[in-house]
Design a protein around this ligand. Structure first.
Ligand code: ZN
Length: 440
């Protein structure tokens, strides 16, 4: 963003990015007699801070031998330039800079009338695109003041801190893409994970009449256009067709490993997926998948008319044919962690079945909300998880083709969730299909 102000014969032109504010100063030549430089003051209301910014260039007369990298106040050592960059800015902030012309002698400075300019920095993840810039040359001097060696020469945890500092938000940010029903892609630093990807969208009639159903390769190919070509793993919460039907096709196309309960693994293996492409997960497991840490938790499936649909497990090698052959199996939830961020995801649940009390203070809670059971337990789960953001999932009409766009399922009740969430922690987020959102 660009800002401009002129006052007392000094004009300032500010260009702001996410983590940097560049100030260009100008004065009439006639006013610059005896000018030594500019003192720059910054007010940061968000952190309740106000101080003179620091630089590295000193006057020989007043500070002859500063140690390497020493920082000095621009009030005593005004910057001797018409261009200045503040690399200590933060994204999405409002700052007031006051630029004061300084003249006189280094040991007897005289301060002129300055100009104050209000600026705002960019928010890296607003809108469709999130932008991240790595740090440049001046930034590397700031790095050297904190760490005396390159990140490759540091030991963890200092190494992790150094990389996070250098990445300026990219390392820690997780991109979340909603794929419809309970399907998600999570991405961070080029590594992707999928949860419950399902694109075939079996119609209501074949499902209700328990007819033959199958994965639709064309619809899977269309859906995968919104997913990274290589995926670290596909996590599956349970073995119902709206969570698992497309998993064999997606394993084939993305070379991802399937991480799921024994019933789900049995079903995909009966459809030709090799055992070495699957990992059977059970509650309590902790899996390292690329940069991700995945914790596996026990979960419950919602009831429909008093019972869990297609209840039971599968342990025969017979390939599934009808909707009911995709038995629920073992219901799981996952806590997915990376870069200090935690995402909890399940596909629903029943009231009065508390989660492991150690799972709390997550950044994002993705909660299946297809049926009344999960709606009833919404409040209790959100109170425990204390998420920064809540995404109610599995609310769309899973029988309608995905290219028809998002419509709520007939048994959902989003208005009720909206009312209830007003008194709960976290901000409610609704994501449209294939529109990435950055968690940071
Ligand atoms: Zn289900």
């Amino acid at each position: 963003m660009r800002f401009r102000k002129k006052d007392n014969g000094v004009s300032v032109h500010a260009v702001t990015g996410t983590y940097v504010v560049m100030l260009g100063m100008d004065m009439d030549k006639a006013d610059t007699a005896g000018l030594l430089g500019f003192a720059i003051h910054r007010v940061d209301p968000a952190e309740n801070e106000a101080y003179w910014l620091q630089g590295m260039r000193t006057f020989q007369e007043s500070y002859p031998n500063p140690p390497d990298g020493a920082l000095v106040s621009t009030h005593e050592h005004p910057i001797q330039d018409f261009l200045w960059s503040d690399f200590t800015a933060k994204p999405g902030r409002k700052y007031t800079y006051t630029v004061v012309p300084v003249s006189g002698k280094p040991k007897n400075l005289r301060y002129g009338q300055g100009v104050s300019i209000d600026v705002e920095t960019e928010d890296e993840s607003k809108g469709t695109h999130a932008m991240y810039f790595n740090r440049g040359v001046i930034g590397s001097q700031a790095y050297a003041r904190i760490w005396k060696a390159g990140p490759d020469q540091l030991e963890p945890p200092e190494q992790e801190k150094a990389f996070a500092w250098l990445s300026r938000g990219l390392e820690e940010a997780i991109r979340v893409t909603y794929l419809g029903v309970n399907g998600f892609q999570f991405e961070s630093t080029g590594h992707a994970l999928l949860v419950d990807p399902y694109f075939s969208r079996v119609g209501l009639l074949p499902a209700a009449l328990n007819q033959r159903i199958q994965s639709e390769p064309n619809r899977v190919a269309e859906g995968l256009k919104h997913v990274r070509p290589r995926v670290g793993a596909i996590l599956v919460t349970h073995a119902h067709f709206d969570h698992l039907l497309d998993a064999p096709e997606i394993v084939r196309r993305t070379h991802a490993r399937l991480v799921a309960g024994p019933t789900a693994v049995q079903l995909v293996e009966s459809l030709g997926i090799r055992p070495n492409e699957c990992q059977t997960a059970k509650p309590g497991d902790v899996r390292k998948i690329g940069p991700w840490t995945v914790r596996v938790l026990a979960a419950q499936h919602d009831r429909l008319l008093g019972k869990v649909p297609f209840e039971g497990k599968v342990n025969s090698a017979k390939p599934p044919i009808k909707a009911s052959d995709w038995s629920v199996g073992e219901s799981l939830a996952f806590v997915i962690e990376n870069g200090g961020k935690r995402i909890y995801i399940d596909s629903g649940g029943v009231p009065g079945a508390p989660l492991d009390p150690r799972i709390k203070d997550v950044d994002l809670a993705i909660l299946g909300m297809a049926l009344p059971d999960s709606r009833q337990r919404f409040g209790e789960v959100v109170k425990q998880l204390r998420p920064r953001y809540v995404f109610p999932s599995h609310q769309d009409d899973m029988f309608a083709p995905i290219d028809r766009g998002f419509t709520f399922g007939k048994m959902t009740n989003f208005p009720a969730l909206l009312r209830e969430s007003k008194n709960l922690p976290g901000r409610l987020v609704l994501l449209d299909y294939f529109q990435p959102w950055t968690l940071r």
